[in-house]
Design a binder for this molecule. Sequence first.
Ligand code: SAM
Ligand code: SF4
Length: 355
Amino acid sequence: MNDTVAPTPPRKPDLILLRDPALAPPPLVDAFMRRITYLRLSVTDRCDLRCSYCMPERMTFLPKKDVLSLEELYDLATGFIARGVTKIRITGGEPLVRRDIIDLFTALGRRLGHDLTELTLTTNGTQLAEHAEALAKAGVRRVNVSLDTLDRARFAELTRRDSLPQVLEGIAAAKAAGIRVKLNAVALKGVNEDELPELIAWGHGQGHDVTLIEVMPLGDVEEERLDQYLPLDSVCAQLENRWTLTDSDHRTGGPSRYVDIAETGGRLGFITPHTSNFCAGCNRLRVTATGQLYPCLGGGEQVDLRAALRSDDPETQLGAALDEALRIKPEKHNFRMDQRGAAPALARHMSMTGG
Ligand code: SAM
Ligand code: SF4
């Protein structure tokens, strides 16, 4: 099978590192002196759901021939690790719909405790029950599961698929396998707005952290973005009327800021691209399943890593492509959410880059 990941022979960059630290490739530091240690690697743009804020019902997916093989994804990850990336999140589309994806987790998982400190994924949870044990065995200790509602009819309407029972089963299976679950919910005006406290209380009751996300204007989704947009400062104010929220010191190196909720005993995160900018602390790069590197989720900058990977001298070319990405990584995202009828800030959907 041509899509099976090779075992993990020491690759050239590792050998250089072992031989002489002075010759190690330089770490990834951008023009604003932000050190990049975190890679979000999309393994497919395909998905078994059709969330209405993420993609249109009739989504056109990329031709399979354009998508990197699992070996190429592994090699790509290796190139990032050689430059100091220590944390990798596998994402999509829905990463667990990709055939043999556990092979990639297993291969990358062998690097945990050596040159990788964390391997994780973001999933919609529909196939998590089937894969939770294998993921845990590969070394995955934490997983983000997207869950915007606990109401089955609402879930079916929002995702255009009746899959809530499978998602809940997946969450339970991850927990049973010893994987820590964080629930991510996009806050949507008039859709799950009334249910957010219940969703948070349920998640905390199950022992899961919960993070709320402001919707971002990525790709055409056949709905007016402003109609979907629910600012999280107003959600936070409403939650404060109900519960005691205390700012938390908890940090994951990501854009979330956290509060502890006394009454539920749980932690709540907020990802607020619109109401509070977090770009100064950005430590990540994103690569799509076709090997396009997007230095910023909210910017149009792009570097082609697939061409580098498939060149005669992949190591040099990949290094040069990563340097270019660092050079053009913008200071801040360019999202605007203040104009009705505006074209999407960026044509690409979130399912390309994986959030
Ligand atoms: N399919 C997986 C999932 O849903 O978790 C992984 C990919 S999905 C694109 C990653 C995250 O992006 C999910 O939490 C999803 O809710 C979020 N998302 C998708 N489109 C979004 C948008 N336009 N604005 C904000 N978040 C979005
Ligand atoms: Fe699929 Fe995730 Fe997008 Fe929903 S948010 S359509 S689950 S990629």
